[in-house]
Unconditional design. Structure first.
Length: 304
């Protein structure tokens, strides 16, 4: 049987998700001995630029005692005609047991997992998935509200191209969170609606009724290909700003996966607002990734 990987949130059942989050909370409260992954070679394979995710994984790997391998994908044999299967065989042959991979191609992490005789953690693949980001967002929500069932979360922005949104939708629905997606039709087609997931075009209408709002980065290149009439039109309808903060409940929280664009999807007032949980999300990312590494390699705390 091939070793278990985390390619998207639904690779874990709902009970397993909760177990991993419980483990992450335990790590946050008391760091474990630095031998959970002692002697386990871990390769960070980032074909896309990353600050938060790459640094977070490196810190997580250090804290569980893994042997971290530095690798520059631009200089790899993949750029010289070697297939992903050839690369996987080579990495397995030299003793790599776990690969953390980020790539701009949707499905790349699964292709790698299919031919690698070890664990693969998807750190983001194209527009498809970003499971550990969703897990840290879930951890932040539970830290705030103490539950998942019945929470109401709005995700606002470029849903169509967001791997963060896709993984969060899967994870939130598995744990009983009601999800509202907000954005223009060009960035949020009707097909995203489903069981427990509804679409709303009027941002102002939903703000007073949600427990949390997650703002997604608007990729400016989308405007150039006609997906938005103008940046000004988008900010007028969907930007979280001083006026809209007044409509948000006092006990609601604001999430953002980063990187954020000041003055586009949000303003400086949002980042300074006491309801913003951006720093908590980043901090929780280290503990979530520690828990994922432990679960995959050691089998705990994930249930059978």
């Amino acid at each position: 049987m091939r070793p278990r990987s985390l390619l998207d949130v639904d690779d874990f059942s709902a009970s397993e998700l909760v177990s991993v989050l419980d483990r992450a909370v335990a790590f946050r409260e008391s760091l474990p001995p630095r031998d959970l992954l002692a002697g386990v070679p871990v390769l960070n394979l980032f074909f896309e630029a990353s600050t938060r995710t790459a640094t977070s994984f490196t810190l997580a790997e250090q804290r569980v005692g893994a042997d971290i391998i530095s690798f520059a994908p631009g200089a790899s044999s993949l750029g010289k005609g070697e297939t992903i299967n050839d690369t996987a065989i080579t990495l397995s042959g030299i003793g790599v047991r776990l690969i953390v991979v980020r790539h701009n191609e949707s499905g790349f992490a699964r292709r790698l997992a299919d031919c690698f005789d070890g664990h693969v953690v998807n750190a983001g693949d194209g527009t498809h998935a970003h499971p550990t980001q969703a897990l840290l967002d879930l951890m932040t929500l539970r830290q705030e509200f103490g539950r998942f069932e019945g929470l109401r979360v709005a995700i606002t922005g470029d849903i169509l191209h967001s791997r963060v949104a896709r993984s969060n939708i899967v994870g939130m629905r598995a744990l009983g969170i009601d999800v509202t997606l907000v954005g223009p039709p060009t960035l949020l087609p009707p097909g995203f609606a489903g069981d427990g997931v509804r679409i709303e075009r009027d941002f102002d209408a939903i703000l007073p009724h949600v427990d949390a709002v997650m703002m997604l980065r608007i990729q400016r290149e989308r405007i150039d290909v006609g997906l938005l009439p103008s940046l000004e039109d988008y900010t007028r309808r969907y930007q979280l700003n001083r006026a809209r903060l007044r409509a948000l409940r006092s006990d609601a929280v604001i999430l953002h996966p980063g990187p954020y664009n000041r003055g586009v999807e949000l303003t400086d007032e949002v980042l300074d607002d006491p309801r913003s949980r951006y720093v908590a999300q980043v901090r929780n990312g280290v503990f979530v990734r520690m828990a994922v590494l432990d679960a995959l390699v050691n089998g705990a705390p994930v249930a059978a």
